[in-house]
Design a protein around this ligand. Structure first.
Ligand code: GUN
Length: 287
């Protein structure tokens, strides 16, 4: 089993489904993340050499700054040492390489994370490739054996419903086909396909509304409507959008009238991504 998902499956313990018109059961990513963190804390406390994560933030995107703060807080909660390197948007590629090379060599640092997205003037793939593979806690490098925390977080959310996944149709609606790739080998028991939001509206609707599990990452607030989902399906909302200062997902909560489970935004994929990042940091430090 790939090791980022080897954290033992935790029962989500759904209560009996309500018979009210809004019947979806929300998949609580916060509770699941807290359980994972608690378990990690117990393991890290026993380690002589503590895991240490270094993060690099380039530029001053407010969302990225917030993510770094959340990651720092979560690391401290489980006993992972955390350090941050802040670079300005005009620092130049060489400066970033200098910081990465320094962290690659630092024996105290067991994991390195570069907060994405990078400002537009940088080549993301080239910069990520500079991280030593054994410290790449995001699993972004092609040869990496670990799974990206977003992907493993989503899989844990789906598993937590306790539904039988065999032969289920999984549709990944995303701007990037690259995002969908890791799900295929990890969800072998399912029939996983990628759907581009640029598909014709009839194709989009046909595919999304026949999915038993629909994973949505398109960055369009509340764009997945009730007529685009299958009855009793599971919906994983990866979108993070701001509307009038409020964070909303890509899925309209009205779908709750139709679907069986939905991961909400906030409180779904977000906390799980952080918990699974911590799990990766722990595993890479343990070796
Ligand atoms: N920005 C949004 N999601 C992620 C992630 O999973 N890892 C990193 N490094 N940056 C992100």
């Amino acid at each position: 089993m790939p090791w980022a998902t080897s954290i033992e499956h935790r029962a989500f313990c759904p209560e009996p489904k309500a018979k009210s018109p809004m019947s979806a059961k929300l998949i609580d990513g916060k509770i699941l993340a807290e359980k994972i963190k608690l378990e990690l804390r117990g393991k890290i406390i026993q380690m002589d050499k503590k895991p240490a994560l270094a993060s690099i933030l380039i530029g001053n995107d407010p969302s990225s700054e917030l993510y770094i703060k959340l990651k720092a807080k979560a690391c401290l909660e489980v006993g992972i040492e955390f350090s941050s390197y802040f670079l300005s948007e005009d620092c130049g590629e060489e400066k970033i390489f200098e910081v990465i090379d320094f962290l690659n060599k630092d024996e105290q640092i067991t994991g390195i994370l570069i907060q994405l997205p990078l400002p537009k003037n940088f080549d993301t793939d080239k910069i990520i490739a500079r991280i030593s593979p054994e410290k790449d806690v995001d699993g972004f490098q092609p040869q990496s054996k670990i799974i990206s925390p977003t992907v493993s977080g989503i899989i844990e959310l789906i598993k937590s419903t306790g539904e039988n996944l065999k032969n289920k149709k999984v549709v990944i609606l995303s701007n990037s086909e690259k995002f969908a790739e890791p799900f295929k080998p990890l969800m072998r028991e399912c029939n996983v396909s990628y759907l581009s939001p640029k598909a014709s509206s009839s194709e989009l609707k046909a595919q999304s509304s026949s999915a038993d599990i629909l994973i949505v990452a398109v960055g369009k607030p509340k764009s997945i409507k009730t007529d685009m989902v299958k009855k009793n399906s599971t919906i994983i909302d990866v979108g993070i959008n701001k509307i009038a200062g409020k964070t909303v997902g890509d899925v309209d909560p009205e779908v709750d009238k139709v679907v069986a489970y939905r991961s909400p935004v906030p409180g779904g994929v977000g906390p799980m991504t952080i918990a699974m990042l911590l799990a990766n940091v722990y595993k890479m430090a343990r070796g």
